[in-house]
Design a protein around this ligand. Structure first.
Ligand code: 16G
Ligand code: ZN
Length: 541
């Protein structure tokens, strides 16, 4: 018998569960960690192919399941500029993951090499990292086996937040070019953020503290590390109180019941994690399990809870950056735009278009869609309501900002802050740590507490529901998920219902991560929003 192909030989150690079909979805592959070994092995092969196809540029691989429970895990690929894997390659990932045997896997791998004219002489290069889940080290073994079987040069960055891996990927691929992004290591990340933070802060002093719930995930130790690089509260710096940063017991991660922590807990339960001990009007924030999402919140003097979600961060950033651009004398030269999804509260959209007078684009759910749309503006602010987002500065915008000669001291100081923000804000992907510092800088410069921020507009009451259906795949949307084109006739019924409610708006879409359909509704009062959601759910069932 001929000796076995190294890829098949290594694959035999990570057999594919016969009864499973896998799909590279909006956030890569994600499922129970126990059945993920073959998927990670095969994702490693795809990373090697992708690197070869891009002439040996470095591809990132992140092992994380973000806000999911501790016994889940996942894997996703990062493209050379730190962006998410290009859409067409998601299908290749799915094909490799589902190859029924080791031999079929080698055939698919060889076929991709041939079809895409990939030069096998090129040495692939891959870097990877993981979050704090207990299954991480085991899955790394599967990944390394794939990288070795495919002749890939690799570096293990161990524990990182997802955005840190995106950052390092971009740094490595731009090193020595005019687009150099930073030092390609964790320390370089903290140094870049802290230098930008100090520059943006200028002589401003911080008022009060911010309490950050780290979901007992990788964001905890990384935030503690970042704090070491930031100006201390005694120097007028920001006081950051870290809570829920226990990564020794991985089962505490994102825990909604006993340990009550994380961005999802806050959004779902509309209350602060008990450990944040929030006092009236104190700033609080929660991260998710891999620190790419952040939610702010506070309790008012009457103890009512107020969530400041991704829509709020987007509007705050758009307001402030728009003002800075005008004050720096670049108002006409920097077109600021905001990208949202259908989940954005209608009041936030109205505020952006009517008060801030900025354009809004709506895209389907999933960071890659928002990110892509944001690149079309000089300054593209994008956030999902769930707290994932960032602000992108185009190359043209960066040149204008960096070259502009200020005409007055006022222009000069606005320009300094604007320049600092272009370095403070992670340009690769939404980053909870970078977003945290951004929000704090803006609030400090505006001398705003959470209440003033909250008062910029009033959210329309809304309701999000989850409906189990026989087959979610029959639900096909159009118009950035705001309308259903299939099943036929359903949209007409939704429209008729919406028409009966003041400020009514509702849509239904199949979830990309769960076997369910989500229904969102908003209306003038809470009772009406609940009623509309329930009626639309009845139509969908
Ligand atoms: C994924 C997406 C997230 C989106 C969510 C929607 C990324 C990195 N993550 O987690 O942005 O909000 O899916 O989930 O793109 P759904 O399709 O189940 O509603
Ligand atoms: Zn996440």
């Amino acid at each position: 018998m001929a000796s076995q192909h190294p890829i098949a030989a290594a694959s035999a150690k990570f057999p594919k569960p016969a009864d499973r079909t896998f799909q590279y979805g909006t956030a890569g592959f994600r499922m129970k960690a126990a059945i993920l070994d073959s998927v990670v092995y095969r994702a490693g092969l795809l990373a090697a192919l992708r690197s070869r196809k891009l002439n040996g540029q470095i591809i990132g691989v992140m092992i994380t399941a973000s806000h999911n429970p501790p016994d889940d895990n996942g894997v996703k690929l990062v493209d050379p500029m730190g962006e998410m894997l290009e859409g067409t390659w998601e299908a290749y990932a799915t094909i490799l993951a589902n190859a029924p045997s080791d031999q079929a896997l080698v055939e698919a791998y060889d076929k991709f090499t041939l079809d895409m004219k990939i030069d096998s002489a090129i040495k692939p290069r891959v870097i990877f990292a993981r979050d704090t889940r207990a299954s991480g080290p085991r899955l790394v073994t599967a990944l390394v086996a794939a990288l070795e079987a495919s002749g890939t040069e690799y570096t293990d960055y161990k524990l990182l937040t997802t955005p840190q891996l995106h950052y390092i990927t971009r740094c490595l691929n731009t090193k020595g070019t005019t687009y150099e992004y930073g030092e390609p290591n964790e320390q370089g990340y903290y140094e870049k953020l802290s230098a930008a933070f100090r520059a943006a802060m200028g002589t401003k002093k911080f008022n009060g503290s911010v309490t950050v719930d780290c979901a007992n995930g990788v964001g905890g130790p990384k935030l503690r590390e970042l704090i070491k690089y930031l100006p201390s509260p005694t120097e007028g710096g920001l006081e950051i109180k870290v809570v829920n940063d226990d990564v020794v017991e991985p089962e505490r991660l994102n825990h909604q019941i006993s340990y009550q922590c994380g961005a999802d807990f806050v959004k779902t339960n509309q209350r602060a994690p008990p450990s944040s001990h929030s006092t009236p009007l104190a700033r609080c924030a929660s991260l998710d399990g891999d620190a790419d999402r952040i939610m702010y919140y506070f309790v008012d003097s009457d103890n009512s809870f107020h969530l400041l979600d991704g829509d709020r961060i987007a509007t705050l950033a758009a307001l402030y950056i728009g003002d800075l651009a005008r004050n720096a004398g670049l108002g006409e030269k920097l077109k600021v735009g905001v990208v949202q999804t259908a989940y954005a509260n209608g009041a936030s959209t109205a505020y952006i278009t009517q008060d801030l007078k900025l354009p809004v684009v709506c895209t389907p759910t999933g960071v890659k869609h928002l990110h892509h749309a944001a690149t079309k503006f000089d300054v593209g602010v994008y956030f999902e309501a769930n707290g994932h987002g960032t602000v992108l500065f185009s190359d043209v915008a960066l040149k204008r900002i960096n070259k502009y000669e200020p005409q007055s001291p006022a222009q000069s100081s606005a320009l300094d802050v604007l320049r600092a923000l272009t370095a403070l804000i992670n340009q690769t992907v939404g980053d909870a740590l970078s977003d945290l510092l951004l929000v704090e800088i803006i609030l400090a410069h505006k001398s705003w507490g959470p209440k003033e921020w909250d008062l910029t507009y009033t959210d329309l009451p809304n309701r999000l529901g989850r409906i189990e259906v026989a087959d979610r795949n029959i639900f096909k949307t159009t118009d950035a998920e705001r309308k259903l084109e299939s099943p036929p006739g359903v949209q007409v019924q939704i429209d008729a219902l919406v028409g009966k409610y003041k400020n009514g708006r509702s849509f239904a879409r199949a979830s990309g991560t769960e076997d369910a359909v989500r229904v969102y509704a908003e209306a003038a009062t809470k009772g009406e929003a609940d009623e509309l959601a329930a009626k639309v759910a009845d139509v969908v069932k």
